[in-house]
Design a protein around this ligand. Sequence first.
Ligand code: TYD
Ligand code: MG
Length: 458
Amino acid sequence: MARPTTVYVCSSCAHVAAKWHGQCPGCEEWNTMAEERAPARSASADGGLRGRRTPAARPIPLREISADRAPRIACGIGELDRLLGGGLVPGSLVLIGGSPGIGKSTLTTMALGLLQGAGRRTLYVSGEESAGQIRLRAERLEAGAAPGALDIPVLAETDLDVVLATLEAQAPEVCVIDSVQTLAAAELSGAPGTVGQVREVAHRLMAVAKRTGTAVVLVGHVTKDGALAGPRVLEHLVDCVLQFEGERERTYRTLRALKNRFGSTNDVGVFEMRDGGLVEVLDASARFVGEATRAPGSVVLAAMEGSRPLLVEVQALVSPSELVPPRRVVNGIDRNRLALVLAVLARHAGVGTGTADVFVNVVGGVRVDEPGADLAIALAVAGAARGVVLGETDSPTPVAAFGEIGLTGELRSVAHHDRRREEAEKFGLGQIISPESAPTLRDALRAGALGRRVHAAA
Ligand code: TYD
Ligand code: MG
């Protein structure tokens, strides 16, 4: 009987089965079986005790190993190069993830266009769009942010073998695969985008990239909640993971480095989607502060995005609810964070929102995922609940805030408080409320001129 060429491996317990199962026979987890290529039968399945012995390898001290530092390939998009740690590393794999329509194809086309224009050899492989569609995008970019976009060699292909053969033959310096979920290895029967296919595609691309020294940029779709398993399984495999965030309808997008073997992580670049492509926003704080309103429920958060301070406006709306339980809608912050802030506001600061809908929004489509956002959320909600403008009424500038809220109503200091303060001062924000000036949430509300009413209510 012919040996099957593929097997099904549980991604949770590594149980191997010849057939697909909805529930893993090994660990009884559901939907974990993924198709993989069957390992070639090794000549010494008995561990080499019988017949040929596998020769032992000789480990070498690190000191004797030469590590040649190949020069980085800078794309010419400052924010992207900074996130990559100075540019693409030859032979490395970079994964750019993000929801559909966020601008992954735009960014990668721009990078290749600039590289091609600078005399580098590039290749753009698309399994999603026809060559004609890619040309239309390139025409927009050629006229805008990336002259050279029309010179990019393009391959519209979904067959992995064809892509690999082309990579070997052309040996480009930089290659974009848009997207990794659309390529498929012919030996695997699973549909493109399944865990087994995505892993196989990435593994084989990596092997070729290492051999030819090509820097490969994989584009991967992630749904909003990260539900699609595809790119997640790649995170440990690739050298660098960049996450594109923001909302399709908004103009601002942030690119975040989640992992980088060749640079720092937790760094963020801000872009704006314009007609001619993505434009770096170098003065993001100035933009967001300029757009901030002096209305009840608004406050400027002095956030840290990686190593850089960023001022963003946080807005809240509190309105009587007909629903039980009432609505808690967030944009740009974590829902659980809001739940905690609301609980502390009610318990320790006399601001109850138990029968009201609460909406919290970080303006501009930016995401802030740090405890330092707590105080700004609390001040925005309290201001909205009371219908009171935060800070001195005659001050023309909005109030800035940052700090973590503890469960007993105390405020905790957060990292880089001096840099946050400097950034707020740099943009002329007169009043800054932080754990350094207000030890408790009640003190912070008082400092924001929300305290009197709270006291009256208490
Ligand atoms: P796209 O890069 O195709 O997103 P993704 O590959 O992540 O799915 O495009 C995102 C959106 O950007 C799309 O709706 C069109 C818009 N866009 C511009 O506004 N300006 C431009 O110059 C380009 C090329 C696209
Ligand atoms: Mg795309």
